[in-house]
Design a protein around this ligand. Structure first.
Ligand code: PGA
Length: 250
């Protein structure tokens, strides 16, 4: 049995005060949540304050990125130890916006995934094809490469702390959600890949769908066997929209 996760990626939005107030609303409305985890990923500046706000609740904190070293002369970067210190349990790694705007490579993503795991953070590893890649029929090849490279050197004993998010790039922030068939095909492919590499431990990894998720389209997607929740961008910025998605979870 895999518990669902609904994670809100706030991206570069919200001041500290806005973040605290959104977190407070989510905390208050999710006290009765069962069988799953609610996660919020505020910007770095708000992590500590949101962590204080979430105390005493089951809502978990995630960072949106990290640098794969404990400390050092890496101006502008934030280490996994700092994220744990700020109260994070999860970290998003390899989001397509990081790959696209900051040229993050599969190799860098792999270093981050491994470092997150050895530091005791749960990585939410994002994979997904662009529009052009889907149109040229290489979706599976792209996802295959991204998953294998991200997990290079990751052991079977670490699978219980791994989360994968399938986020087709063409669906992110576009309002163009993947159809249930499209999502099912790729989630099923990722599941088979994880089981091929890690055996039955791969069957326990949660695979989230991300890309224009709303309370209206998640209901059907969540019925798909290998969709274990959602990574939500735009619809995580308003409490009502985010809580509407959580209300559709089994
Ligand atoms: P979106 O973003 O829900 O706004 O499409 C999803 C994401 O980038 O994780």
């Amino acid at each position: 049995m895999r518990n669902w996760i609904v994670a809100g990626n706030w991206k570069m939005h919200n001041t500290i005060a806005e973040s605290v107030s959104l977190a407070q609303a989510i905390k208050e409305a999710t006290t009765a949540v069962k069988n799953g985890e609610v996660v919020v990923a505020p910007p770095f500046t708000a992590l500590h304050s949101v962590s204080e706000t979430l105390k005493g609740s089951a809502v978990k904190l995630a960072a949106q990125n990290m640098y794969p070293e404990d400390k050092g002369a890496f101006t502008g970067e934030v280490s996994p130890l700092m994220l744990k210190d700020a109260g994070c349990a999860f970290v998003i790694v390899g989001h397509s916006e990081r790959r696209k705007y900051f040229n993050e490579s599969d190799n860098q993503i792999n270093l981050k995934v491994r470092k997150a795991l050895t530091t005791g953070l749960k990585p939410i590893v994002c994979v997904g094809e662009t529009d052009g890649e889907r149109n040229s029929g290489v979706t599976q090849a792209v996802v295959n490469r991204q998953v294998r490279k991200a997990l290079d050197g990751v052991g079977v004993g670490q699978m219980d702390r791994l989360v994968v998010a399938y986020e087709p790039v063409w669906a992110i922030g576009t309002g163009k959600v993947a159809t249930p068939e499209q999502a099912n095909d790729v989630h099923d492919f990722i599941r088979r890949l994880l089981v091929e590499i890690y055996g039955c431990a791969g069957a326990d990894v949660r695979i989230l769908y991300g890309g224009s998720v709303t309370k209206d389209n998640i209901a059907e997607l969540i019925t798909i066997e290998d969709i274990d929740g959602a990574l939500v961008g735009g619809a995580s910025l308003k409490a009502d929209a985010f809580l509407g998605i959580i209300s559709k979870m089994p």
